[in-house]
Design a protein around this ligand. Structure first.
Ligand code: ZN
Length: 424
């Protein structure tokens, strides 16, 4: 099936800069972008769509979340982090079932698709159920059966390996299965080292939490005599296939470790601010050549899965800290939300609107009072747009969400199941 979007604006990259094509056409053949241009294509299309007044952008990537935690949205809000975790989240998680994870994953996917997200990186329990939700919905995801509390559950390493073996490349390659180490404070170093060696031997990708809080940093120093970044470097876990979420508390030598080892850093500003942790030194990391992506973290610490908010914060936060309005810009933030993120997930030919790339596309309806600019329309994306401006989300050439409707998800059923779960 060949579809042509016409009369739209298209965000493309020319000479490494994002530019907007006016009154342009984008053709999709199967799962791939086959045409982009300001002139209509010569070849025929089976379906043409008039997208006047709309802007096509590369679909967004949420590179760190715990999608089923939409179940716990609002639990223990405004409590100190330790109390929030031990008094609210851990007890709730102890009652989780695989069915609840399936429904909550579907619910989270609905929120992400409606906000233009085409792919997410998840770390949570029962990832087999999230994989089913991903496969059925049509979205992309990097999933992991991560290891934690390895002393109590030594078998977790084997089940994590089995998950990678069984799920990597599933759903026509939409699902990538990563290795995952929850953190240096929930895993014994020897077990984490043994697991990392297996990951590296297999050439696997690794998803970790790194240096989220001062407490984590100081506890690691006290227990091991090294920083969390050095702890992960010691076990061989810092490399180009590693995505490290948070990276809030970093010394200069920690930053050098991340840069030298080409680690992908996932900036989660809302979660870090809400939990009073601070935020990652993104300008410094970018300056040192680190690839940075964006994540919402789970909905219990955000409290939504809205990447436009993360883009907005990433664009303004660091200027405020460094008292310089030129530090961050739309170009660097859009790179973090799209192409940089695709790289962090290890997805080739993704993250950009370009002929030959996967047709992972979000459309914004620009016919809104807050989206009219006579100047730089690109900057609408980071300073003005809301996730609710997304009117269409396409993954691998299939429209999964359009104008409030889901084409692959039974919205009423998922909402009904979710309400039933929340009542329990
Ligand atoms: Zn997290």
């Amino acid at each position: 099936m060949k579809t042509l979007f016409q009369n739209c604006k298209i965000l493309v990259r020319q000479q490494a800069q994002f530019q907007i094509l006016e009154n342009a056409c984008l053709g999709v053949n199967g799962d791939t972008i086959c045409y982009i241009g300001e002139k209509p294509p010569r070849e025929a299309y089976e379906l043409t769509r008039d997208y006047s007044g709309k802007l096509l952008i590369p679909g967004l990537y949420n590179c760190h979340t715990h999608s089923p935690m939409v179940l716990f949205r609002g639990a223990g809000n405004d409590k100190p982090l330790e109390e929030w975790l031990t008094q609210y989240i851990f007890p709730l998680e102890s009652r989780l079932t695989s069915e609840a994870v399936k429904t909550a994953s579907e619910f989270a996917i609905m929120e992400m698709l409606a906000g233009g997200i085409v792919s997410f990186t998840d770390m949570y329990f029962f990832p087999e159920m999230t994989a089913r939700a991903v496969a059925e919905s049509g979205i992309k995801a990097n999933l992991t059966k991560h290891i934690q509390f390895t002393a109590q559950n030594p078998e977790v390493i084997q089940s994590s390996l089995a998950f990678v073996r069984d799920y990597n490349g599933a759903a026509d390659g939409r699902i990538l299965a990563d290795f995952g180490i929850h953190s240096c404070y929930t895993c014994e170093k020897d077990a984490a080292a043994q697991y990392t060696a297996l990951c590296n031997e297999a050439g696997g990708r690794l998803h970790i939490h790194l240096s989220e809080t001062e407490k984590e940093y100081h506890d690691c120093m006290a227990q091991y005599g090294v920083s969390p970044a050095a702890w992960f470097a010691d076990i061989g876990a810092l490399h180009a296939r590693t995505a490290a979420a948070h990276c809030v508390v970093l010394s200069e030598s920690d930053r050098a470790l991340l840069a030298q080892n080409k680690v992908n850093v996932v900036h989660c500003p809302t979660s870090n601010l809400k939990l009073g942790s601070g935020f990652a030194p993104v300008p410094e990391l970018l300056e040192e050549g680190v690839n940075v992506a964006l994540g919402t973290d789970g909905a219990a610490s955000n409290n939504n899965l809205n990447l436009f908010e993360e883009m907005h914060l990433a664009a303004i936060l660091h200027n405020g800290r460094l008292k310089d309005s030129t530090i961050m810009n739309t170009q660097s933030v859009m790179q973090m939300a799209t192409a940089g993120a695709a790289k962090a997930q290890g997805r080739e030919n993704c993250g950009e609107l370009k002929v030959g790339y996967k047709a992972d596309i979000a459309a914004l309806d620009l016919d809104k009072p807050h989206l009219l600019s006579g100047y730089d329309e690109r900057s609408l994306l980071t300073y003005s747009a809301q996730s609710s401006d997304v009117c269409m989300t396409m993954v691998d050439g299939k429209i999964l969400y359009e104008n409030g409707e889901y084409l692959s998800i039974d919205k009423e059923k998922v909402c009904r199941d979710m309400r039933r779960l929340l009542q329990k």
